[in-house]
Design a protein around this ligand. Structure first.
Ligand SMILES: O=C(O)CCCC[C@@H]1SC[C@@H]2NC(=O)N[C@@H]21
Length: 864
């Protein structure tokens, strides 16, 4: 039987676990389980075929342990969903919007809110809670996070207002219930929410005892729980919606204790798997409630601040002794060969950052490659991360010895050698291992042997799980397998395979990218401009070459020139040939949309480049010989070494508009005296390129200081980097910008946002091409420049504040251990962030070198 390689994907899409009105999980699960097993068996019967279904399915079929099998299925599903989650969250928001506007009647009927609906407020599309009693469901809602407390039998509840509510305190609950409803709506909502949460918290005992998920309507929560209904004993509340239709479609019972979060919409159940795996592991609860449209944006976007928008990080910790970063480079290199680089960004994390930076939320994997032992403070943070659902890969790190009770057996020391993967985890092997090292933080949990040494059969890779948190401790230096000098091809291959296997167990998507070959630049301009540029450059070219510090440009015509291969050091620039024929860039569309006097008149297009910035950076011969009235923009289809701010990597898949625009600015000018404004101009230009078109004004694209372009409050869709050099009182700046126009990865694209807007508002706004977006952005940059040079910063700031996310927001400014609360006031005269302390003192914060998590209200000032 031919097995569909997308079997599990399909199963997920049509899964009875999420789609049918199944009554028992077990029944449906058994059905799926049997099917997978059958598929595997059928497949194995055809010996020449490689198993086309995943390792997970294999392990499901071979496992005798139900919960392990369920875990495998769901882990696999997690992986499938992970990539989609960011977009899904945004869609969720829109779906809920839609439900609320479409279905107010149903909603009111389902919850007995007719009176409210017919009131003037309701007709203005608000349904506000009338009081805080259980039988009058409050319809407004927000997301609350409930974290498990230290011993996991109670919960710490934080509400949308950032307050921590005391755990499991019935007197609180009662007093909340008996409080008179306030006239103040905000206050009422607070009380209602508190009440609701107290009810849920009081009846949910969180912890490992969790064995299943039950679905209950909002009314159930409000009526059953106060009676102390045993139905909620040991249950883990995942989510609920106030939408009646959604409720009706929901399975009454879902199984597998750690099935993660969901929120309900009219159309379907959205599995917020990735965001909630952590939730389940951490004994946290995410509660999603629908709410009136007017307040939804802020609530959902607040809720979304708990979910990361950026591509997740893989953090590599190699400790203090790795002063030159050799270990880090080695580990990073090894991982780069196997992981999907479009989905993750790898960074080194230093000891000091572990306790001070907000790294946990956006970390898909923490890799420990340190050889020195870590301080107890650091260890505690790592253990906490693990316990709260984090994924850790320890590559011979002493961390393992530090988290297990007994010292490890002396056999368990790092080695490179042959080993075998344990396909079936033998129960007695587990016993052996448990005797060897008893898990300290995971008592009651068993360590699984993932690989063992070939001859002695001693475990060399073990896995310890806690909820959805996983630690894989390897005693094999997998990172060394990338070292071609040290190992034979076969060993390398085995090592790499093993690393993939381990990473998959940790939920990391492993599809290494083929690094594509670099391609030449094509000069696109009208014939006259091409000629003028070449004339101007001629005197500085040596045999057609314009030599830069790192990259030389080789100018020539395609038919006459010997075209060298494009490399990181040498890039051919093909100057002749019809613009339209040469490349995939649509010159004619671009030209039609471009309305500048100077900027972007000449395009250098390439399919694949390291980074568009490199064409200008360090090539003064080139930049200084560009005619003054002929601005050049370099645009690439893909970058293989995209540069982000602060040394970050910019993921640069196709579908992302990636360009570097060269501009000249005299120092003795408004802008010349306020250079930080350059980046703000660029980011505002990108936003206005979209929102200044008729019909696009309300698309929720915003600016996040210092220079990020965001969809709503949470999802980054673009960023700007500006580099510059100066000579003879002229600044030569390169404004590099990346905006995701049409790629659904890694977050959400402009065109998806437009589609969402269309479906939400019944409009038919057309999608943007990269050529249009480029031309429109360059047009905006030029007009904003002109205005700034003529009128200074005031008119610019008016437009900028209109789109930015931070006015009057209180943030924590932290330098080392010191923290102070400041209020964001705007941009100062020079374009830095202006904040005010409580005592009224004004401070300016520079973007570079400091760490920002503006949306988590944190600015960490770099140590001097
Ligand atoms: O960190 C950021 O947010 C800034 C990202 C800037 C990326 C763009 S893509 C085009 C240009 N070339 C690069 O290598 N980086 C910039």
């Amino acid at each position: 039987m031919a097995v569909d390689p997308n079997y599990l994907t399909n199963m997920y899409e049509t899964s009875p676990l999420v789609n049918d009105n199944c009554t028992t999980f077990r029944e449906k699960y058994n059905h799926c389980y049997t099917k997978i097993a059958q598929d595997v068996e059928d497949n194995q019967a055809v010996t020449h075929m490689k198993p086309p279904i995943s390792d997970e399915a294999m392990s499901v079929s071979s496992s005798t342990d139900d919960s392990a099998a369920a875990a495998a299925v769901f882990r696999h599903l997690d992986n499938l969903v992970r990539d989609r989650v960011n977009g899904e969250l945004e869609k969720l928001k829109h779906n809920v919007h839609r439900i609320l506007s479409d279905q107010q009647q149903d909603f009111a009927q389902a919850f007995g809110l007719h009176d409210e609906l017919s009131s003037s407020e309701a007709s203005a599309s608000h349904v506000v809670p009338q009081n805080n009693r259980g039988d009058d469901t409050s319809s407004d809602g927000c997301q609350f996070l409930v974290e498990g407390d230290s011993d996991c039998d109670a919960a710490i509840v934080r509400n949308d207002y950032g307050e921590q509510l005391c755990p499991n305190c019935n007197s609180c609950l009662e007093s909340a219930a008996s409080e008179n409803p306030s006239k103040d709506k905000e206050e009422e909502e607070k009380i209602a929410m508190k009440y609701l949460l107290r009810l849920m918290t009081a009846s949910s005992r969180l912890g490992n005892a969790l064995k299943r998920i039950e679905y209950r309507t909002a009314r159930d929560f409000l009526t059953v729980i106060p009676l102390g209904g045993p139905t909620f004993e040991n249950s883990h509340l995942i989510g609920f919606s106030c939408d009646k239709r959604a409720l009706l479609n929901v399975p009454q019972m879902l199984g597998a204790g750690w099935l993660v979060g969901f929120a309900l919409t009219k159309l379907r159940i959205l599995n917020l798997t990735s965001s909630c795996t952590k939730v389940a592991g951490a004994n946290e609860i995410s509660i999603f409630r629908s709410s009136p449209a007017t307040r939804l944006t802020s609530h959902v976007s607040k809720a979304m601040t708990t979910k990361s928008s950026k591509p997740p990080n893989i953090l590599i910790y190699t400790g203090n002794s790795d002063t030159e970063g050799r270990r880090f480079t080695e580990v990073k290199k090894a991982l780069s060969q196997v992981i999907n680089l479009h989905s993750y960004v790898m960074y080194r994390i230093y000891e000091q950052q572990i306790t001070t930076h907000p790294w946990v939320e956006n970390t898909a994997l923490l890799v420990l490659g340190n050889s020195d032992s870590m301080s107890s403070k650091v260890r505690q943070v790592f253990v906490k991360y693990l316990e709260s659902g984090g994924q850790i890969l320890s590559l011979c790190s002493p961390f393992m010895c530090q988290v297990v009770k007994k010292p490890l057996d002396k056999h368990l020391k790092p080695f490179i050698g042959s080993f075998r993967v344990n396909q079936e985890v033998l129960p007695d092997a587990i016993q052996d291992f448990s005797a060897l090292c008893q898990p300290y933080y995971f008592e009651g949990e068993k360590a699984k042997i993932v690989a063992e040494e070939e001859t002695s059969r001693k475990p060399v890779v073990i896995q310890i799980s806690e909820g959805s948190g996983n630690a894989l401790f390897s005693l094999v230096h997998f990172e060394s397998f990338t070292d071609y000098g040290k190992l034979h091809g076969q060993e390398q291959d085995a090592g790499r395979k093993m690393l993939v296997h381990i990473l998959k167990l940790l939920g990391i998507s492993c599809q290494p990218l083929e690094v594509p070959e670099l391609t030449p630049l094509y000069l696109l301009a009208n014939e006259q401009d091409k000629k003028r540029l070449m004339q101007s450059l001629r005197s500085s070219l040596e045999e057609g070459i314009c030599k830069g510090n790192q990259l030389s440009l080789h100018f020539g015509a395609s038919d006459e020139m010997y075209i060298p291969n494009a490399t990181e050091e040498k890039l051919p620039v093909i100057c002749q040939g019809e613009n339209s024929k040469a490349v995939t860039f649509n010159w004619s569309t671009y030209q039609k949309c471009l309305s500048t006097k100077v900027l972007g008149k000449v395009v250098l297009y390439t399919d694949i480049i390291t980074s568009t910035q490199t064409v200008f950076d360090g090539n003064y011969t080139f930049t200084s010989n560009i005619p003054e009235d002929l601005g050049i923009v370099v645009i690439a289809g893909q970058q293989v070494k995209g540069q982000g701010r602060g040394g970050n990597v910019w993921l640069s898949p196709s579908g992302c508009l990636m360009f570097s625009l060269h501009v000249r600015i005299p120092f003795a000018s408004n802008l010349g005296r306020r250079l930080p404004y350059l980046q703000h101009i660029a980011s505002l230009a990108a936003v206005e390129a979209i929102t200044s078109q008729p019909g696009y004004e309300d698309i929720n694209i915003r600016l996040k200081w210092p220079n990020d372009v965001y969809y709503g409050q949470k999802i980054k869709i673009g960023g700007v980097i500006v580099t510059s050099s100066a000579k003879d009182n002229i600044l030569s700046a390169v404004m590099g910008m990346g905006i995701n126009i049409s790629n659904t990865k890694p977050t959400i694209s402009v065109n998806e946002i437009i589609s969402l807007h269309n479906s939400e508002h019944g409009t038919n706004l057309k999608q943007l091409t990269t050529e249009e977006m480029l031309a429109r952005t360059v047009n905006k940059i030029e007009t904003l420049f002109e205005d700034f040079q003529e009128n200074g910063s005031a008119p610019f700031l008016k437009k900028y504040y209109n789109r930015w996310l931070h006015s009057e927001v209180t943030v924590n400014l932290s330098a080392n251990e010191d923290k102070k609360e400041v209020v964001i006031k705007g941009l100062d005269e020079f374009g830095f962030l202006l904040v005010q302390t409580k005592s009224g003192e004004s401070l300016s914060v520079q973007p570079d070198g400091n760490t920002f998590d503006m949306l988590k209200n944190l600015i960490a000032i770099k140590n001097s």
